[in-house]
Design a protein around this ligand. Structure first.
Ligand code: TRP
Length: 447
């Protein structure tokens, strides 16, 4: 059954959607804390290099396959296969990708639900509803179930509306707001006592740490997670890009914006932690490192906001709105992966696909909520540390070892006619063929 496929209406629309996918809890929460516990500027430095040397080439692989095939991940990989064996591999990689991204969404939605709950907390306090405020901020199964469901409803609502009226429209509204809120928060926090200590911890590199293998593993994981790689998200978004667009430039802009917002987020989170320290909040854990896990977002920062008296309420709401927006523009890109598959390969209508698949993922989320220990960590580890990098490896193999080089060049030339003589075509094929797979394998075996 032929289905009319959506397409982003403008370059800006694609950029906001893809940057929205990339910029998420991983940037605003994961990156700054990773940097803090891995030698500050040294981590930043390594992360920048890995993003442009490894993650950007892998991102390009997905965007190019997607736009060439104009299809979801399973079909797209099948299209570029060249025999029965690679077709089988295509189906396997496509399906494991769909499964992985669905599981990522199931835990991501739980954390995103916390962000919504914490957004309402200052409001409840302001209205004198202390009981409600306490309920909102206490880690309980009922609260988590309600807010994960709420977050999934928002995600399904946007995806139901389609590529142009859902993803593009909402990303184009939310991403500029995110950047404005982030900058305002940074400007405010930097005026507070203690902020400069945080900035120093973040930006002054401890270069003795660069050679540390753990730093490399963390930086690469961060780079792959942050650019939403390996599971077909960027492939699907790539399939909605117009043939007139210059792919290497667009991909480069997405990587730049992603890194730029991560770096900015570091200028908010670390100064905020040291401001908290200056006002008496504990920011170190038992082992002497900075508190990095959920404790940072759901205890250190709220304690800081509470100590700020009247402005604290606005700062807290702005911060959790920022987190919710970041989460939502990412979650829609995850749900789009299975939804596009169901629409294109099984003729399901978009709304039905979004609601059905969204419901199944919500049920998985609820299972995680009620079996938080040990399931939550298990799913996070399995999906982000094992499945994602391995799938990224297979995407590189498909592009560099299976797909015809001529087809790739023809695809890049659309929207970039001078590509063959350009810098990108000189370097990138070699990168995805040798450097990316080897680097991913090296890191994989180390972890
Ligand atoms: N990149 C997002 C973040 O940094 C998360 C994300 C969106 C993602 N889509 C993904 C992660 C696909 C892995 C796979 O928070």
């Amino acid at each position: 059954m032929a289905v009319v496929r959506g397409e982003f209406t403008s370059r800006f629309g694609f950029l906001m959607a893809a940057t929205g996918s990339a910029v998420g809890l991983g940037n605003i929460w994961g990156f700054p804390t990773n940097a803090a516990s891995n030698g500050g500027g040294a981590f930043l430095f390594t992360y920048l290099i890995l993003t442009f040397a490894l993650a950007y080439p892998a991102l390009m692989a997905e965007l190019i396959i997607g736009r060439y095939a104009r299809a979801n991940a399973v079909t797209a990989l099948k299209t570029i296969s060249r025999g029965p064996k690679s077709r089988l591999l295509a189906i396997a990689v496509g399906f494991v990708g769909i499964l992985t991204v669905s599981l990522i969404l199931s835990f991501y939605a739980i954390v995103s639900g916390w962000m919504i709950a914490f957004f309402f907390d200052p409001l409840a306090r302001f209205l004198g509803m202390d009981g409600v405020a306490q309920w909102l901020t206490e880690d309980a199964e009922l609260r988590n179930s309600i807010f994960v469901t709420l977050f999934m409803i928002l995600t399904v609502f946007i995806i139901s509306a389609g590529v142009r009226d859902g993803i593009e429209k909402w990303a184009s509204r939310m991403m500029p707001s995110l950047i404005i809120i982030l900058i305002l928060l940074i400007l405010y926090v930097l005026t507070l006592p203690g902020a400069m200590d945080g900035l120093r911890v973040y930006l002054v590199p401890d270069f003795s740490r660069v050679a540390n293998p753990q730093l490399l593993v963390d930086a690469m994981g961060q780079a792959f997670f942050s650019l939403s790689l390996g599971v077909g998200t960027m492939l699907v978004y790539g399939s909605y890009i117009s043939k007139q667009e210059n792919l290497p430039t667009l991909g480069g802009l997405v990587a730049l914006l992603d890194v730029g917002i991560a770096v900015l987020a570091g200028m908010l989170i670390l100064p905020a932690m040291y401001v908290a320290l200056a006002s008496g909040v504990e920011i170190f854990d038992e082992s002497g490192g900075l508190i990095a896990g959920p404790g940072l977002i759901v205890s250190v920062l709220p304690a800081l906001f509470n100590s700020m008296d009247s402005v604290g309420m606005f700062v807290a709401m702005a911060f959790f709105l920022l987190m919710t927006i970041a989460a939502l523009t990412s979650s829609i890109s995850m749900l789009e992966v299975p939804v596009a598959y169901a629409i294109e390969n099984h003729g399901v209508e978009r709304r039905n696909a979004a609601i059905t698949i969204g419901s199944v993922i919500t049920v998985i989320s609820l299972i995680l909520v009620f079996n938080f220990n040990p399931l939550f960590d298990l799913v996070v580890t399995y999906t982000t540390e094992y499945s994602q990098p391995l799938l990224g490896l297979f995407f590189c193999i498909f592009v560099a070892w299976i797909w015809r080089r001529d087809d790739i060049l023809q695809e890049i030339k659309q929207g970039c006619p001078e590509a063959e003589a350009g810098f990108f075509w000189k370097i990138w094929p070699f990168y995805v063929k040798f450097i990316c797979p080897l680097a991913i394998l090296a890191v994989y075996f180390q972890s």
